[in-house]
Write a protein that binds this ligand. Structure first.
Ligand SMILES: Cc1cc2nc3c(=O)[nH]c(=O)nc-3n(C[C@H](O)[C@H](O)[C@H](O)COP(=O)(O)OP(=O)(O)OC[C@H]3O[C@@H](n4cnc5c(N)ncnc54)[C@H](O)[C@@H]3O)c2cc1C
Ligand code: FES
Length: 358
């Protein structure tokens, strides 16, 4: 797959220009890749490798982009093998600067972005969104992050710490090893330069040799004794966030809230039923899917071009009208299915035969 994204993009463009009547839009796009009234785009201005598997991609967005708040994310589209794929990425650049995303290669789209993106490539964009943002009024903060969950928090730290002499931020970041820790050197430099930032790294495969344990108080009390009095933010893998949520529910009152950002949906274990045959009517495709496979994944698997965005039930970019059948919400186990109902395909699975209007 390596090389495919960058090679295919210009070839497809030429091929489509040769085979499709040109519209004024297309001439504009030839002169300036950011000039499109149909789809917001950005041009890649810098690509910075961060770790062996993570890369920061800086881009200059076209007209229609809204400046991001620190901590927000955006849908990013990229063409792979001729199909436009959408995923969500937190904006790691500070507010007030051109945006950047920091992507860790873990699957299909992220690996293509990390390995193949080059300066001058065009990304498809949606405007920044999300509520994982700094509090309106300054107060002591505790940031708990693990792995790529550091990205939205990095935007917050870069925005807040150099600009606010009264900033008081404790950042606890867990990574497997020092070399896998995102933004490692920059964070230590910021902490040296600004007394308002304390950075505590936790290495699960090096000096600590185990996971940061948030199921009880011991680790947290040792790392940040006044943690209860701080407004807390957490972003990382599901079990890390689940443990933090339980701890705050048990131990902390509402005056010191925990705000979390998830990169993947919380699915109810064992929600899947018997599944069924999914018919994608306009695409003339059919596939048998197990009861725990989202309709979105099943469609993509058999080559249907499915709309998507966050892939976790928050952005509603994946809505498709149901023609017939019943689906199961994988977050709650609830069965539903009115004819014509708009189905969030990223978090619903077939419960028996399903017909979708795509
Ligand atoms: C609001 C939001 C912000 C995000 N910000 C970032 C970001 O800043 N950097 C980044 O690298 N990714 C981020 N993601 C995740 C990103 O959207 C993709 O899910 C991720 O890149 C995997 O896509 P893929 O096509 O490579 O993997 P796929 O082939 O789609 O499969 C990967 C699987 O891993 C799950 N998954 C997603 N993220 C993680 C993770 N971090 N760890 C373990 N499993 C995961 C997915 O749900 C999916 O089931 C964010 C997601 C959301 C919803
Ligand atoms: S892709 Fe965002 S809600 Fe389904």
């Amino acid at each position: 797959m390596l090389g495919i994204v960058t090679i295919i993009r210009p070839l497809r463009r030429v091929a489509s220009l040769l085979t499709t009547p040109l519209e004024p839009e297309d001439f504009l796009g030839l002169i300036n890749p950011l000039a499109s009234s149909r789809q917001l785009r950005g041009v890649v201005t810098k690509v910075v490798p961060e770790t062996a598997d993570s890369t920061t991609i800086h881009f200059r967005p076209g007209k229609g982009w809204n400046a991001h708040l620190a901590g927000q994310w955006a849908r990013i589209g990229v063409e792979i093998d001729g199909v436009r794929q959408w995923r969500s990425y937190s904006l790691s650049a500070p507010a007030g600067h051109d945006p950047a995303i920091t992507v860790t290669a873990i699957g299909f789209v992220s690996t293509a972005l990390v390995r193949n993106t080059r300066v001058g490539d065009v990304l498809f964009l949606d405007v920044p969104q999300g509520d994982f943002v700094l509090p309106r009024h300054p107060r002591p903060l505790l940031m708990l992050t693990a792995g790529s969950g550091l990205t939205p928090v990095m935007s917050m730290v870069r925005t807040l710490v150099p600009r606010r002499p009264d900033a008081d931020v404790v950042l606890i970041h867990s990574a497997r090893t020092r070399s896998e820790a995102l933004f490692h050197d920059e964070l230590l430099e910021l902490a040296d330069q600004f007394p308002g930032l304390q950075v505590k790294h936790w290495y699960t495969r090096e000096e600590h040799g185990r996971r940061l344990d948030l199921t009880d108080l011991t680790d947290l009390e040792a790392l940040c004794p006044d943690w209860r009095t701080r407004a807390a933010y957490a972003c990382g893998p599901a079990d890390f966030l689940d443990a933090a949520t339980d701890l705050w529910d048990r131990e902390v009152d509402a005056a010191s809230p925990l705000t979390i950002e998830r990169f993947a949906p919380v699915l109810l274990p064992g929600t899947g039923g018997e599944g069924g045959t999914i018919t994608f009517e306009k695409s003339d495709k059919q596939v048998d899917a197990a009861g725990d496979v989202p309709l979105l994944d099943a469609g993509e698997e058999c080559g249907v071009v499915m709309p998507s965005g966050c892939r976790m039930g928050i952005c509603r970019s994946c809505l498709i009208p149901l023609v017939a059948g019943q689906v199961r919400d994988l977050r709650t186990g609830e069965l539903h299915g009115q004819d014509g109902e708009l189905i969030q395909t990223c978090i619903n699975a077939a419960a028996g035969p399903v017909h979708l209007d795509i």
